[in-house]
Design a protein around this ligand. Structure first.
Ligand code: 5RP
Length: 223
């Protein structure tokens, strides 16, 4: 099976976690896109969704799914999203697609985080994938120096020759070279740097369930 077929399989399996009439949280990225397309096959099953990015909102709407502002929604049963890496305790690196802050906000309102990922995302130790950190533009240099002091090699994310701009008007520093043995402590430490909007470590509130696409089928990991 190709990686895309594995992503599609977990996206389809995630529909089982979507209850009739619910408002759900929806993530960003290629796996989340497969999930949105699956939702599009049963558009009347849910009342609507809260999107974690402008791109996700547009794709949901293109399928006729109502998109709610988070300020209109008090709680959601599930938040469904992909990950760049996930460990055996449900801690994740996210933000490869640049939507980490809104992903973290929307996920915080959901009772359960359902991670959908192909098997390549499951790792023993987080950190091979560069850790995204969203920062206020004026703080890029100071935050980069602090990340260097933590042992990382920071790189400002670029797009079309210019610093990448998030949906929140901020920049992203990708911190590579980290071996993240204690994700909860590192999440708190990086969040605490003035100028950081959010860090793409989802450890304090990680995944509750991971639907992992493997050659032997979709495996369900519970944390
Ligand atoms: C976007 C994310 C994505 O969930 C993550 O990058 C995984 O993406 P993909 O499903 O395309 O592999 O965090 O900000």
């Amino acid at each position: 099976m190709t990686q895309d077929e594995l992503k599609q399989a977990v996206a389809r399996a995630a529909l089982d976690y979507v209850a009739e009439g619910d408002i759900i949280g929806v993530g960003t990225g290629s796996t989340a896109n497969f999930f949105i397309d699956e939702l599009g096959t049963v558009p009347n099953r849910i009342k609507g969704a809260v999107a974690s990015s402008e791109a996700t909102a547009a794709r949901l709407k293109s399928h006729g799914i109502s998109v709610f502002d988070l300020n209109q929604v008090e709680r959601m049963s599930v938040y469904i999203d992909g990950a760049d890496e996930i460990n055996h305790r449900g801690a994740m690196i996210k933000g490869g697609g640049g939507a980490l802050t809104r992903e973290k906000i929307v996920a915080s309102v959901a009772d359960r985080f359902i991670c959908i990922a192909d098997a390549s995302k499951l790792v023993e130790v987080l950190g091979k994938f560069p850790l995204p950190v969203e920062v206020i533009p004026m703080a890029v240099a100071v935050v980069s120096r602090r990340l260097t002091s933590f042992g990382a090699t920071p790189a400002l994310r670029m797009k079309d020759g210019k610093p990448y701009i998030t949906d929140n008007g901020c920049h992203i520093i990708d911190a590579s070279g980290l071996e993240i043995i204690d994700p909860v402590t590192l999440e708190v430490k990086i969040n605490d740097i003035p100028g950081v909007v959010s860090v793409g470590l989802f450890a304090r509130k990680g995944a509750d369930v991971c639907l992992l696409g493997t050659a032997d089928g979709v495996k369900t990991l519970m944390f």
